[in-house]
Design a protein around this ligand. Structure first.
Ligand SMILES: [Zn+2]
Length: 97
């Protein structure tokens, strides 16, 4: 087994972590400004019809899982959203619990 981030080999018994990533489409109940509801729906439906089913599903709800080593875990925890400018501590940790 190898770390999915740095490709380092992880010997049996070595500490490893499973990183799960889930991206789910969100809708705030508002249509874009200037869009007419019927027209917007037609546009969205046409865009959906043009996509392969797998891609369409992934755009709505994408779940991925990666195995990472401890150093890679530390890097990911420091900046999970890969922001270029570091925010204040605790600003956007995104903790669920
Ligand atoms: Zn790694």
């Amino acid at each position: 087994m190898t770390c999915d981030r740095c490709d380092r080999t992880l010997p049996d018994g070595e500490t490893r972590y499973v990183l799960t990533l889930r991206l789910t489409a969100d809708f705030d109940g508002h249509l874009p400004e200037g869009a007419r509801p019927g027209e917007s729906l037609d546009t969205v439906l046409k865009q959906c019809m043009a996509l392969p089913e797998d891609e369409l599903n992934a755009q709505v709800d994408l779940a991925l899982a990666f195995t990472v080593c401890p150093p890679c875990r530390a890097v990911i925890v420091q900046n999970p959203l890969q922001r270029t400018q570091k925010s204040a501590p605790g600003d956007s940790m995104g903790r669920i619990q």
